[in-house]
Design a protein around this ligand. Sequence first.
Ligand SMILES: Cc1ncc(COP(=O)(O)O)c(C=O)c1O
Length: 367
Amino acid sequence: MARNLIAQVDLSAIRHNYQLARAQAPQARAVAIIKADAYGHGAIQVARSLESEADAFGVAAIEEALELRDAGITRPVLLLEGFFETEELPLIQQHKLWTALHSIEQLEKLEAYLERHPDSRGLHVWLKIDSGMHRLGIEPALAAGALQRLQALPAVEKLVVMSHFACADEPQRPHTERQLQQIDKAVAGHSVDLSLCNSAGVMHWPQAHQQWLRPGIMLYGASPFTEPQTVASRLRPGMTLTTEIIAVRDVQAGESVGYGASWVAEKPTRIGTLAVGYADGYSRHAPSGTPVWLNGRRTALAGRVSMDMSTIDLSLHPEAKPGDQVELWGANVTVNEVADWCGTIPYTLLSGLTRRVKRRYTDDQPF
Ligand SMILES: Cc1ncc(COP(=O)(O)O)c(C=O)c1O
């Protein structure tokens, strides 16, 4: 067999996590965020497995949406960054996509397009307000005017106001409450559906749930929080990343392992070489000590991650041999934990897996 590096994606777990998100706000609907190839899990497969229950899917841009449509996904798909060029608008209509609208310039482009196409109907527009993230969205003070302009367009069938939290994953900070106040002000006097919550909002900010949730990372079983959290503890991992030992050697005390000779054996040590490296998306920032799971117990990286290989300490695994499976993250070593060791977040690890990693899918309720 070829290189045995596999991301096993558990579609039942992803469905469970979607249902858990919905259960936090039973009155709300939820856009399953599957941008960036469903955070590395495979957008088409994830969309297919969620298609009968997800209210809508969220992607970054039209390219990702069209891939879903090409694969036969018919559910609503929301473009979280809206359209980049006016030329996308006919495609948005043709494929019945929903579009965010995050700037007055975009609104002007839309109005100009609709003037040229006065018979257009059926558009779903999610007006994005910048309530404090300061990345995308129109200023709250301009929201009322933008809403009026959109409501005046016969082509706009449905209007939702969305905003995005900067610090929902840090509950003790005051930002989320301040953002909520900004949103309240922006939509005062308008009866319009709202969508505010990413995963952290879904799990921790019930006062922000409103009509539409937008869970992303939690669908994949990873937590947006750094501290343990009640809802997060009920998530099931969406992915198990495994590889195998491809070589075993003994090094003497004082000998080093890997590039930079950064790890030095304190005692005679057995070393296992794994078929995984940073060109697969396993972070080079994973230091010696980062846990892995082998034959029912933990061990850890010893030496730097290189492009195609990594090395682990087999001192406590005298039985280990080439061909043994090693879990890099999954149920036993969580992707959150690996991210912590790497000084990053699970989002970058999951979405950073490259195409060298084979995806395999399991589903306890295949359809
Ligand atoms: C606008 C928007 N909504 C929702 C999400 C989902 O966020 P999370 O993965 O933290 O749940 C994202 C992801 O970055 C986003 O950009």
